[in-house]
Each structure stands twice: as structure tokens, then as C-alpha cells.
Design a protein around this ligand. Structure first.
Ligand code: THU
Length: 137
């Protein structure tokens, strides 16, 4: 699906499967993410923690790495799934990571096991942001 509403069911399924494979022995907080790239591909990631805590990585980071390694360069939509009372919105660093590859209107969807809980545009989560254009002379 190149245009129109992204297939959120497909993103949910991919993110949920990735969440189930998360490596989070320290926080015990498993997160999955799945993104739809401009070529219609879906790429997923999960958080991967580390005994040296700051060396851990977020689910969004894994999904973006998979997209780039697969040849994708633009995020149309990204869905993040985590459990708990509050919606698991991307951390500040991941908002910036998404920003690198997404337009202001790109969709950021938040879900838990029960389904979709919230949806935002990237601009809503990271207004007045710094991006690649800032580095152009
Ligand atoms: N985490 C993510 O993977 N994505 C988010 O959007 C929020 C937090 C991970 C990082 C860490 O492994 C665990 O959740 C607890 O912060």
C-alpha cells in the first residue's frame, strides 16, 4: 500500500511479534516497534538491553536500523507497543531518530496488547525540530 491510510493491523502484528522477542532482562519492560517505509515494506525491532545499561537500545532504533539496512530511507508510519498504565510513546532520542527519516506529518501510533491507544503526528511529538535540512549550506 503506497498511498492512503497505512495498514495499521499489519504494523500492530509485526510490532507485537517483535515485542515478544524483546531482550529486556533488566527493566522487564518489553517494547516492540514496526514501521512502514515509503516502498511499502514493514520493518520491526525490539528493545535489546545490556548489562552495561547505557549500551541498550530501543525498539524504534532496531526498526529504523532494519529499514536502513533493507534499503529504505523514509518512514510513513511507525507503531510502538508496550505494556503498562501509560501509553508507551517514543523516548526523546527515538523521536529524533524517527525525525531523521520522517516528514512532520508521519504517523506515530501507540499500542498495547489490547490494541491502538493513541496516534500522533511526528510534529506533535517533536515540534520545531532539528533535521537534515539544518545542515545544508
Ligand atoms: N524503550 C523502548 O524500547 N522504546 C520506548 O519508546 C520506550 C522505552 C525501552 C528501553 C528500555 O529497554 C526499556 O524500554 C525501559 O525503558
Amino acid at each position: 500500500m503506497a498511498d492512503g491510510e497505512p495498514d495499521l493491523d499489519a504494523l500492530f502484528a509485526a510490532a507485537r511479534a517483535a515485542q515478544a522477542r524483546a531482550y529486556a532482562p533488566y527493566s522487564r519492560f518489553s517494547v516492540g516497534a514496526a514501521l512502514l517505509s515509503e516502498d511499502g515494506a514493514v520493518h520491526a525491532g525490539c528493545n535489546v538491553e545490556n548489562a552495561a545499561y547505557p549500551s541498550g537500545s530501543c525498539a524504534e532504533q532496531g526498526a529504523i536500523s532494519a529499514m536502513v539496512a533493507g534499503g529504505g530511507r523514509a518512514i510513513r508510519a511507525i507503531l510502538v507497543i508496550g505494556d503498562g498504565p501509560e501509553p508507551v510513546t517514543p523516548c526523546g532520542a527515538c523521536r529524533q531518530r524517527i525525525r531523521e527519516f520522517a516528514a512532520p506529518g508521519a504517523l506515530v501510533v501507540i499500542a498495547d496488547a489490547a490494541g491502538i491507544r493513541a496516534r500522533f503526528t511526528l510534529e506533535e511529538l517533536l515540534p520545531v525540530s532539528f533535521g537534515p535540512a539544518n545542515l545544508q549550506a
